[in-house]
Design a protein. Structure first.
Length: 370
């Protein structure tokens, strides 16, 4: 899934570049009506293509790799057609590069970036075209240099992303190990101590005091365990893939609560990172738990579908709904579930949307990148 801030850049920057190029072209070619008309027509086609795929059909495009491939291929072709007419249209490669880096999956990204680098190299070598002696070798040299640099950048970004992910996993493991040692292990030791003291107590009052203390430590340990294991892979994901795990959780919930659930899982959901899979599964569990506790719903739908380079989970109910914008009373019970759900999703650069109105049910939609 494309970061919302990057989406905004891709929505605005291409039109700024095209607008600048159109103004420059009009100023340079004002006396040549035929040439100007063709250049403006190609610019209009490029602007319309971007408008349709990156504004009107933005989310639809990101959910379908084939649509992304068509969009980027046509953008590269339009960019090339303009560059072959005038070298200054090479500046449009700024937008084409942004689409290639952000939308195309690895390793196909190298192909899109390399093709765009060829277009940029052709534009940069346009000054050689009037000298047959250096036109071909000069163009080839610049194109090769562009491809090496831009594909090298793509590779470097990929390596950096992998290193960040590995460093994040190592840091999280260290944190969990430290928390387990500092909380759970110490809590268990305290429980054992209290129970041993209860066995040796001389009277019922002392025994009850030690057993109550052990019970309090057990409750605290359970709360710590629930908090600490949020980042661990659930057992539900050990034997099956995410779509099956989500479906199993939903059907088990329906059997227990008696509320029918309609589950839709698309075959096109890609393999996600462990953190992303855990987050979506936890989100499904929390959303269903909220339906059970608060919604008084008669029917629930749950859908898991591919979304861009990640996945989207949506849970809808026909319950009583609520106002998500209303301030929550300080003494109201619960409420942590939604906060934790949002924190987990945003930690993955994902997006959580909760749509609800009193009397009109609730929809929880989570989107996470791969």
């Amino acid at each position: 899934m494309v970061d919302p801030r990057w989406r905004m850049v891709q929505t605005v920057v291409p039109f700024l570049v095209l607008g600048t190029l159109v103004a420059f072209t009009v100023g340079i070619e004002w006396g040549d009506t035929g040439r100007l008309a063709i250049d403006l027509a190609l610019c209009a086609v490029a602007a319309g293509w971007i408008l349709v795929f990156r504004v009107v059909l933005m989310r639809w495009t990101e959910e379908r790799p084939a649509a992304v491939a068509v969009f980027v291929t046509v953008m590269i072709a339009l960019n090339l057609a303009l560059v072959l007419r005038d070298g200054w249209f090479g500046f449009l490669a700024i937008a084409t590069f942004s689409f290639s880096y952000a939308l195309v999956e690895w390793p196909w990204q190298l192909l899109a970036v390399g093709a765009t680098a060829c277009v940029a190299g052709i534009a940069q070598s346009s000054s050689f075209w009037h000298d047959p002696g250096v036109a071909a070798p000069g163009t080839i040299a610049i194109v090769v240099l562009n491809v090496i640099v831009m594909c090298g950048l793509s590779w470097g970004l990929r390596v950096a992303q992998r290193q960040d992910e590995e460093a994040g996993v190592a840091t999280e493991r260290t944190r969990l190990a430290r928390e387990i040692h500092d909380t759970l292990a110490q809590g268990f030791a305290g429980i054992v101590t209290q129970l041993q003291a209860a066995e040796e107590a001389p009277d019922d009052a002392t025994r009850r005091r030690h057993t109550d203390a052990a019970l309090g430590l057990a409750r605290d340990g359970l709360a710590e365990a629930r908090r600490s294991v949020q980042a661990l892979r659930p057992a539900a994901l050990d034997a099956v893939r995410l779509p099956e795990a989500v479906a199993n959780v939903a059907h088990a919930w329906a059997d227990r609560t008696g509320i029918p659930v309609e589950v839709t899982t698309a075959d096109g959901v890609r393999e996600l990172s462990t953190d992303a899979e855990v987050t979506l599964l936890r989100t499904a569990q929390e959303a269903l738990a909220n339906v059970e506790r608060h919604a008084h719903a008669r029917h629930v739908t749950l859908a898991l579908r591919p979304f861009g380079r990640g996945a989207r989970l949506e849970v809808r109910d026909d319950g009583r709904g609520f106002d998500p914008t209303a301030p929550r009373p300080a003494d109201a019970p619960g409420g942590y579930g939604l906060i934790a759900m949002r924190e987990r999703i945003e930690a993955l650069a994902g997006d959580l949307v909760i749509e609800s109105r009193p009397g009109h049910g609730t929809a929880v939609r989570a989107e996470v990148p791969a």
